[in-house]
Design a binder for this molecule. Structure first.
Ligand code: UD1
Ligand code: CA
Length: 473
């Protein structure tokens, strides 16, 4: 059975008061449309369709190959929006799953259940409802005394009595496709509600008096004597729809809670989940402890048994097992097992810390590899460098990697000892087991096992013991 999802995303979301189309506003770091897309993908088996309008270019650029975009212009309501997909989908799908892009908390399981309910329904549609104290401007679900669903009444057209109904239309439906297209052509225009369905994206010359409500399909089915099923959600958070920035913050908190809960149940300790910010794509190993005010973003992966934070942010970063990272910012970095970082360290893209590296306070590393066991305790900048094993980088060492035109490479061999405040003027190579004196400005390559000092640094003697100089603090 072919199941195709249609996500409605054409409205501007006027009440967001934003230049950014509403559906591109992020929730836990991911634009809300991407959350909707992930949810419908689990419940459908054909490429999803997204109806776009306001900010169409930005939205379709974001979606790329992930969905088929159809432009709705002008935007005449949710019923009209779904109708835009008719010519692409007629005869090509059995069921149509419709959701709105401003409901990022809808769970894939719920949508799957919605589809299953409709598969068993002899009637043409199943809708998702929820009982909530705060109606939030949602459509009210009107039932007959026998409990059967009769209609969805939009707030704009509801009577006093209907306004007091607490069962709400969440905004997710599964339709029998053939029935849907016929029904959409029969929907009549209703008063345009004073809400956020958006500016009319056209020339400004059309100012329609009303909208075509998708929700009117319910009464149409009932009038034709057909059964409308309602699946009642037991998760009010799931139904948070976003119309304003207040809702956006609510959704953010609810999703954060959901993400953190899943990690905790999988064996991650969070000292204060309310101040732990983890994006949906992040993976964390068991027995890792996350301290407050920590942000794990993008495709970050943290291993087992780590201690992360407080006050740490990691984006698109991979961290091995048993690492301790305190008050650090990591962006596109790779950190192997048993590494200690911070406090106050900055790893930028291309930073690669091998096993057992110690990076202390006030260091910055970019596009550089630090070999196993290397120590960089205090106040250093390392950029475009390749550093061997067991190197000691003294306090204040700087790779002078930029000559104003090019980024130049620094190489440091294993076991080297770089004295405090050394300037390594790249391109430059420091041989294995050599040493630089405090304050040296190294402008030329240094042979292995050599001591250089001064400005500019010159070799003063070969080191007798070319073996490893034991790095010390
Ligand atoms: C809609 C429902 C309401 C439900 C609520 C749940 C209708 C008529 N009402 O109201 O019953 O309780 O959602 O959140 O469906 N859109 C388009 N094209 C349009 C108009 C809207 O694509 O012409 C899109 C919007 O971008 C948005 C979604 O459809 O993503 C819902 O529109 P919105 O104006 O937010 O509807 P609500 O007033 O929230
Ligand atoms: Ca809405």
């Amino acid at each position: 059975m072919k199941i195709t999802a249609i996500i409605l995303a054409a409205g501007q979301g006027t009440r967001m008061k934003s230049d950014l189309p509403k559906v591109l506003h992020p929730v836990c770091g991911v634009p809300m449309i991407a959350h909707s897309l992930a949810a419908v993908k689990a419940a459908s088996n054909e490429s999803p369709v997204v109806i776009i309008g306001y900010g169409a270019e930005a939205v379709s650029e974001f979606l790329g190959e992930r969905a088929r975009c159809i432009v709705q212009n002008p935007q005449l309501g949710t019923g009209h929006a779904v109708l835009q997909a008719e010519s692409s989908l007629r005869g090509k799908t059995d069921l149509v799953l419709v959701t709105y892009a401003d409901m990022p908390l809808l769970r894939p399981e719920t949508l799957k259940q919605l589809v299953e309910t409709q598969k068993a329904n002899p009637g043409p549609l199943t809708m998702l409802t929820v009982s909530a104290a705060d109606p939030r401007g949602f459509g009210r679900v009107v039932r007959a005394p026998d409990g059967s669903v009769q209609a969805i009444i939009e707030e704009a057209v509801a009577t006093e009595e209907q306004l007091s109904i607490h069962e709400l239309n969440v905004g997710a439906y599964c339709f029998s496709a053939d029935w849907l297209w016929e029904a959409l052509h029969k929907i009549k225009v209703s008063p345009r509600p004073a809400r956020d369905s958006g500016l009319y994206a056209g020339t400004g010359t059309t100012t329609p008096k009303g909208e075509y409500y998708l929700t009117d399909t319910v009464a149409l089915a009932v009038r034709a004597g057909q059964t409308v099923q309602a699946l009642v959600s037991d998760d009010v958070a799931e139904t948070i729809g976003i119309n304003t920035r207040l809702h956006l913050a609510e959704a953010e908190a609810a999703m954060r809670q959901r993400i953190n809960r899943a990690h905790m149940l999988a064996g991650v300790t969070m000292v204060d989940p309310a101040s732990t910010y983890i994006e949906p794509g992040v993976k964390i190993g068991r027995d890792t402890v996350i301290w407050p005010n920590t942000y794990l973003r993008g495709k970050t992966v943290i291993g087992e048994g780590c201690v992360i934070g407080p006050n740490t942010s990691a984006e698109d970063t991979t961290v091995g097992d048993c690492c301790e990272i305190l008050a650090a910012v990591l962006e596109g970095a790779v950190v192997e097992d048993n590494v200690g970082i911070g406090p106050f360290a900055h790893l930028r893209s291309g930073a690669h810390l091998c096993k057992g590296v110690h990076m202390g306070n006030f260091g910055e590393i970019k596009d550089s590899t630090l070999g196993p066991g290397t120590k960089m305790g205090h106040f250093s900048y390392i950029g475009n460098a390749s550093i061997g094993e067991e190197v000691n980088i003294g306090a204040g060492t700087v790779t002078c990697n930029y000559d104003g035109v090019h980024k130049n490479q620094t190489e440091i061999g294993e076991g080297a000892f770089i004295g405090s405040d050394t300037m390594l003027v790249a391109p430059v190579k420091i041989g294995a087991h050599s040493r630089t004196g405090a304050g040296a400005v190294v402008t030329k390559d240094v042979e292995p096992g050599t001591l250089v000092v001064g400005v500019p640094a010159r070799a003063i003697r070969a080191l007798e013991n070319k073996k490893r100089v034991k790095s010390d603090e």
